[in-house]
Design a protein. Structure first.
Lengths: 203, 203
């Protein structure tokens, strides 16, 4: 008897969607779907609506590109952040990792990826003009290039360092401590805090 | 800086819902929510709708109580199933585990729980009248009482065995092989197949 005969189609479809999530295999998806069947219909409606509306609800901060409920994110609006420091990250998903480290109190700038000729991504596909505009305001004294520490991340950092070099602007890179080749999204808070502490000047 | 400052509210709410799923902790929920943010809006809408409509879509088979798209489930409608055998399970979620074992080709009956005085569940809360009705049709020769092998499951089986005893009806219980105290939902296929093969007469 095939598995396909054991579940009704609507449950099969839900299992199919759950399988598309990272780290969720077939058995886990089945377990989650069966658990959802036990939820009150009202909770399912709210949860489903939250999923369906996710892309409409989660806006992008017009200043830094972070996830936000409003036009400007909570970090850009926070008057207690150091406004003379900007940490440049590849994706908005990496900002919570920095926040959790407790080692950074400046602002952020989300590039929206990195230079990657293999994936057809060049400098024009990144949020570099808006970064340049922020630098022209003249209040930023340090730019931390926190792209991933793999080949493309390093190349992107090198490109930005030469593109954005300006008198009075210190351009830095995260200190050794972050394992080479690793994705910053999965760095632990302690490693990241020490990497922030020992950041080195790039030129 | 608190975590709560790092994510917009809509994302926080989604993470909150995901945390309610079994085996999904805070970090995993965050990872899943961020992965969902990368999905096309159309896919999110379909996935969300599937979740919201789950309880309306997934019906209960009017004969056996299995999950179904229609009034009668694929197993009850299948003309190649043995109609003289009924396997009594606590929940519909346990049927796929039996199907996967490949050791059973009869029909099922979902009790909807087990007798559990501590949780205020008595025989009247279980689908016993409908089971009695199926037995009265006279075609069923064997009833496998596949309630869990813990105290309440055994008590429920003993109750059913004495309640439903009838001439010409063999009432059996799954063979040793299923670990005592374990939940049948998580039994592996091989153990379950051998347990089906060695089932013992109850009276």
């Amino acid at each position: 008897m095939l598995d396909s005969a054991a579940y009704p189609q609507s449950l099969q479809r839900l299992i199919g969607w759950l399988c598309r999530l990272p780290g969720i295999g077939r058995r886990t998806a089945e377990r989650l779907a069966l658990a959802l069947l036990e939820w009150p219909a009202e909770d399912l409606a709210h949860f489903g609506e939250q999923v369906a509306r996710l892309r409409q609800d989660v806006k992008t901060c017009t200043i830094c590109g972070n996830f936000s409920d409003t036009d400007e994110c909570v970090i850009c609006r926070n008057p207690r952040r150091q406004t003379d420091m900007v940490c440049v990250v590849e994706t908005a998903a990496q900002i919570p990792v920095f926040e959790r480290s407790g080692g950074y109190h400046g602002l952020y700038h989300v590039l929206g990826g990195r230079i990657s000729p293999l994936h057809g991504k060049g400098p024009d596909d990144l949020a570099i003009p808006s970064l340049r505009q922020r630098l022209q305001a003249g209040t930023i004294r340090e730019l931390i290039l926190a792209t991933n520490s793999d080949v493309e991340g390093e190349a992107t950092a090198a490109f930005l360092a030469s593109e954005l070099a300006a008198p009075g602007l210190s351009i830095t890179r995260l200190a050794a401590g972050v394992p080479v080749g690793a994705d910053l999204s999965y760095a632990d808070a302690a490693t990241l805090a020490s990497a922030l502490g020992g950041r080195r000047a790039m030129r």
